[in-house]
Design a protein around this ligand. Structure first.
Ligand code: PAF
Length: 285
């Protein structure tokens, strides 16, 4: 496995693979890798001849009061996991390599202009998806993969990337991979590391709310508001939890829905202490 810090090194490596007729998968990450990322790598290694993992904490997707500086980093551990998973190349650029204007700033962004990025997480993180689309576009242009792999835990991000790929004709297959959970239900996330023991216990209210919502729908509840209100009541019963949003939306457009039907996404963001966690489920009928 190679580690590249520059765009030129990645391009040279991928060019050599292409000359041999090999296919390339990309797993974009911000590092501090866990089993959720491992499942993306596994899928890529199975589907593609070569797998590139990018490890880059992208400044343009963090707002001014968010956790850019504090975001957990452990490149040695990330490297070991990538090696174990059969990854061929890690792209680990510094901020100036990705944003040559310096200080993680750019004047060129990729942004979806309709309401899709303004819903759900976009309400409290107004520049987040512009930063995600910009860095993912750059990674696509650098690696030129056949397939790229994203987790369904970030369901809004996945829908936005699919839309961007369609609108900008990237010609890359976007593969969504299921949420990976701890044994007790908590969705795996790099941010789980911020939780102390008491908060870790409290954080279970997210996955419990997911189970409750799924059960209500399986039992025939078709009123999205009733499902959402029951989930909110469960979360509000946890003293350390503060809801950012719990919402039922169309899984493609992220527009709010009243009726539960196939492909509705029920998504939430909840603060446990200072840590903002997300979780969701999609309605399959
Ligand atoms: O999901 C993430 O970790 C990030 O948003 C991504 C896609 C790597 C872009 O920085």
């Amino acid at each position: 496995m190679k580690v590249a810090a520059t765009i030129a090194e990645v391009r040279a490596e991928v060019r050599a693979w292409r000359k041999q007729g090999l296919t390339v998968g990309l797993v974009p990450t911000m590092g501090y890798l866990h089993e959720g990322h491992a499942s993306l790598m596994k899928e890529s290694v199975q589907r593609c001849d070569r797998t590139v993992v990018s490890v880059f904490v992208n400044p343009t997707q963090f707002g001014p009061n968010e956790d850019l500086e504090a975001y957990p980093r452990d490149f040695a551990r990330d490297t070991a996991l990538c090696e174990e998973m059969g990854v061929d190349l890690i792209f680990h650029p510094d901020v100036d390599e990705m944003y040559p204007d310096g200080n993680g700033k750019t004047d060129t962004y990729v942004e979806i202009l309709d309401d899709m990025p303004k819903q759900l997480c976009g309400k409290t993180r107004p520049i987040h998806f512009r930063g995600v689309c910009t860095v993912v576009s750059k990674l696509f242009n650098i690696v030129l993969p056949d397939c790229a792999f994203f987790g369904e835990k970030d369901a809004q991000q996945l829908a936005i990337i699919r839309r961007m790929v369609r609108d900008l004709s990237f010609g890359i297959e976007i593969v969504g991979c299921p949420i990976i959970r701890e044994a007790d239900g908590l969705a795996k996330s790099s941010r789980n590391t911020y939780l102390n023991a008491e908060e870790r216990q409290a954080a279970l209210c997210l996955s419990k709310a997911v189970s409750l919502g799924k059960q209500m729908i399986a039992d025939g509840e078709a009123d999205a508001e009733k499902v959402v209100e029951a989930m909110k009541a469960l979360i509000n019963a946890e003293p350390l939890a503060k809801i950012d949003y719990v919402q039922a939306v169309d899984g493609m457009t992220m527009a709010p829905v009243q009726e539960v039907k196939a492909d509705v996404l029920v998504a939430m963001a909840v603060y446990i202490g200072k840590t903002r966690l997300i979780d969701n489920f999609s309605v399959r009928m």
